[in-house]
Design a protein around this ligand. Structure first.
Ligand code: 73E
Length: 829
């Protein structure tokens, strides 16, 4: 059927004040108007580009009307506001989601139809803003969607990077990074606000002076100034008339040219300064789960935080309220420690500019800030050299010292018999180079610290921040992550959404727990048939993409087994490829084997400096080349690497996946959110007892998930006992064969050392992520999967039970938990 014939069945009706007719022109008329008057192009005929840009501008008009009304309401109601500070946002493409939220899909279809175009081809015109690395940035975007849908007075804050995460190309099996110039055509989704401009200082010196009461005061001056200019991105709630915004700061030169050197004839020298100032918001750092110790990174953090605190204080001052009301009217959520420098920055503003006393200022900070931790990888806990902060932000370093002095004094007072405790919890680490521990700063300066899954929060309490639990017993809490059902089901999986709305009505889109009613339908043969058809439609669409992009034909009836995520040793893409090699060996040994054909799909980027991760990508591509071209196996086994994995590609993959690979070493993946997207769309998970996998298992039921391998406690115990990967090498002949192949030229003819780094890490290197320890359990679990997949009734029932159990993982639920447990906000709809 034509999409436009069934859209009205899919979605909630619009709220009354939203009804069409509130405007006296149609979306299409406005789009044509914009083609002529905003783009300056002939609107008597349209091509894809013109139609796209015209639509964007017409949709934007409608969002702006709502956004200004909502801002007025915030002021009128004197609402408490949430500031969500994140160095990363990954919104994905906007057009489809915005049309959906605003209830404009039908109008858009009609307009495009009149011009012989379709929405599918139009959305290709849009390029996706890659302003994040992975899960952390995508989580921020899911939460912004839920906040708008729940009608919260919330603002996202981040950086308008000129270059997002690099575009990944695969050349001869290797990852090659290309710049992502996502703004080269401009983006009308981003509105520059040249009047929202703040100077941000770096370097300089601190002067002391005495105020009228004889109190010692500080004044930071000199150094370099850079301007922070606002750019706003709009986030409409789902059909509720509510629109929020994400403010992304862009660095601008403080002076156009340094006039003196310009006059002295040093033209290039004077432009140089302009260039280096703009560098601050030039590019996103491409490491996920690992800190980047570069000065420019710290500059980025301070730059966006300082501008954001200014903006918050500017709005607060309009209310003419005393300072102690700041935390009653605002709350600041820190997404990881990346924005933690906000704490000393607000202290500086309150002390040095507003002339508050220390206690008063500190009390405000501790009631205002809340911190979310996303990772426990020891190497990922952010620290900055004291020397660097002293130079770049001299006043902040003084304030951090003072926070620490007072904090440790309290600790000594309350824990007299533990002389070691102060140095363990100190904000400053000792050692040859003193460093500021940003997580300690964030914990001490906040009223709430949360982890992102039950297990992760437990690990924070038991291990990583154990000392702090005793000092601040009420500060720690869990908020298990969630994903937005608008993008991750309604938008990416139209066939299934239709089926769901037909049977459950459409309230699941904003109340995902409704999905549990699917359990009553698992025994309905016709329903199961329709379910399977939806899945097949999605798999065919993915197969077409793979054919077009990779030039490889895959069988849509094969098991689509997918692992897409950043490349990291702890995520263990290696375990996956080792198993594939052993499957390959088995098929070659038994050419007549009866086996369910399998398509293994990989996607994901490696940080450009992470050599091991890049080697693993190369290994996968080399294995793929060999397997896909072997006439003995190619009907049973295909291995596909999809280049440049991003949000758009995820939207294509997620609904087409049968088996979702979530196989991190237990204890390492804080939560994972990809795991949720797949299970929500009816994939079955093969996973370790790690992060949110455990909670997914609890909700979909033991029989509907394939959990395997060591649990977190067993990983710790084995390491303590002394883990020897050689044992597994010696005792498992299949595994040994696979490892020996990697250590030969089997996959790289003529070059037998291509993967020796991998082989060595797994054996002589001690296999830090215990790939070999989990290998056998993983292989056996895959055998079960392959066996059970063939029983179509059984499999489809399990698939339905997955979707049915995933209601809990809506970001609406997660955001509501933040509201109740941390933010104390009122929805304003
Ligand atoms: O487990 C994921 C989690 O689902 C975790 O690895 C990821 O955050 C997701 C959302 O909670 C994450 N990313 C980072 N730390 N944890 C990170 C660290 C430094 C730079 C960029 C990202």
């Amino acid at each position: 059927k034509d999409v436009k014939d069934y859209l009205h069945l899919l979605d909630k009706p619009l709220d009354e004040f939203e009804a069409p007719g509130a405007r006296n022109s149609t979306l299409g008329e406005d789009a044509l108007w914009h083609v002529l008057y905003s783009l300056g192009q002939d609107n008597t005929y349209l091509n894809k580009r013109k139609a796209y840009w015209g639509l964007v501008l017409a949709v934007r008009d409608r969002m702006l009307e709502k956004w200004t009304a909502v801002q007025r309401k915030y002021y009128a109601n004197d609402d408490k506001r949430l500031y969500y500070l994140s160095l990363e946002f990954l919104p994905g493409k906007f057009l489809r989601g915005n049309l959906l939220a605003l209830g404009l899909e039908n109008e858009a279809h009609e307009f495009l139809h009149e011009h012989d175009l379709s929405l599918d081809e139009i959305v290709d015109e849009e390029c996706e803003p890659g302003l994040g690395n992975g899960g952390l940035g995508r989580l921020a975007s899911c939460y912004m969607d839920s906040m708008a849908t729940l009608g919260l007075p919330a603002y996202g804050y981040g950086i308008r990077y000129s270059y997002g995460l690099f575009r990944q190309e695969i050349r001869n099996g290797h990852q090659v990074e290309q710049p992502d110039n996502w703004l080269h055509e401009g983006s009308h989704w981003l509105i520059p606000r040249p009047h929202n401009l703040f100077p941000i200082r770096f370097y300089g010196t601190v002067n002391e002076w005495l105020d009228d009461d004889g109190m010692l005061r500080h004044d930071w001056r000199g150094g370099d100034l850079v301007m922070a200019m606002a750019n706003d991105m709009y986030v409409p709630g789902y059909r509720n008339g509510h629109v929020n915004s994400i403010r992304l700061w862009e660095a601008r030169p403080h002076k156009e040219f340094v006039l003196s050197s310009f006059n002295a004839g040093d033209y290039i020298g004077s432009v140089q300064e302009k260039i280096s100032d703009e560098n601050i918001s030039m590019v996103l750092y491409p490491s996920d789960d690992a800190p980047e110790g570069k000065t420019l990174r710290l500059k980025q953090q301070y730059f966006f935080v300082a501008a954001t605190m200014r903006d918050m204080v500017r709005r607060f001052k309009k209310l003419n309220k005393p300072w102690d009301q700041l935390p009653e009217k605002n709350v600041v959520q820190l997404n990881e420690t990346h924005p933690a420098i906000a704490i000393p920055e607000l202290m500086r503003m309150l002390l040095d500019e507003e002339l508050l006393g220390w206690e008063e200022a500190w009390c405000i900070c501790q009631k205002l800030f809340a911190y979310t931790n996303h990772t426990i990888l020891p190497e990922a806990l952010e620290t900055w050299p004291v020397k660097l902060i002293e130079r770049l932000l001299p006043r902040h370093m003084q304030i951090i010292y003072e926070i620490n002095r007072r904090f440790l004094e309290e600790v000594r007072l309350h824990f007299r018999d533990e002389p070691e405790l102060p140095s363990r919890v100190s904000l400053i680490s000792a050692g040859p180079e003193q460093r500021v521990r940003m997580s300690h700063l964030a914990i001490v300066g906040s009223f709430s610290v949360n982890g992102v899954s039950s297990l992760h929060t437990q690990i924070l309490k038991d291990r990583v921040f154990h000392d702090f639990i005793r000092i601040f017993p009420d500060r720690f809490n869990n908020k298990t992550n969630g994903i937005t059902p608008r993008r991750w089901l309604r938008q990416c999986n139209v066939p299934l959404s239709w089926l769901l709305s037909e049977h459950l009505g459409c309230n699941w889109i904003t109340d995902l727990t409704q999905l549990k009613k699917l359990r009553e339908l698992v025994d309905d043969v016709e329903f199961r048939h329709d379910w399977e058809q939806c899945r097949l439609t999605n798999k065919k669409r993915l197969a077409d993409y793979i054919e077009k992009v990779n030039g490889i034909t895959v069988n849509p009836h094969s098991i689509f087994d997918v692992q897409v995520k950043r490349f990291h040793e702890y995520k263990r893409q290696l375990l996956n490829i080792l198993h594939i090699i052993s499957l390959y060996n088995n098929i070659r040994r038994n050419p007549d084997v009866k086996m369910q054909p399998c398509t293994f799909i990989f996607g994901g980027k490696a940080a450009p400096s992470y050599q091991m991760a890049k080697d693993i990508i190369y290994l996968i591509n080399c294995v793929a080349r060999r397997v896909n071209s072997d006439p003995h196996t190619r009907n049973f086994l295909k291995v596909i690497f999809l280049a440049n994995y991003n949000v758009s590609l995820a939207q294509l993959l997620v609904p087409a996946t049968d088996v979702s690979e979530q196989i991190s070493t237990a204890g390492y993946e804080a939560s994972g959110t990809g795991n949720m997207k797949f299970a929500l769309n009816g994939a079955l998970t093969i996973g370790t007892r790690d992060g949110a996998n455990i909670e997914i298992g609890e909700r979909v039921g033991d029989g509907n998930i394939y959990l395997f391998g060591l649990c977190e406690k067993e990983v710790l115990a084995l390491r303590r006992r002394g883990y020897d990967p050689w044992e597994f090498y010696k005792n498992d002949s299949e595994l040994r064969e696979v490892l020996d192949m990697i250590n030969s030229d089997q996959f790289t003819p003529g070059d037998s050392t291509a993967f020796s780094s991998i082989f060595n890490s797994l054996l002589t290197g001690g296999d830090p992520f215990m790939v070999l320890a989990d290998y056998r359990a993983y292989v056996e679990t895959h055998k079960r999967i392959s066996h059970e997949y063939v029983d179509r009734d059984l499999w489809i029932k399990k698939s339905i039970m997955n979707t049915a159990g995933m209601g809990y993982f809506s970001s609406d639920r997660a955001v509501k938990e933040y509201i109740d447990g941390i933010w104390s906000l009122e929805p304003d709809v």
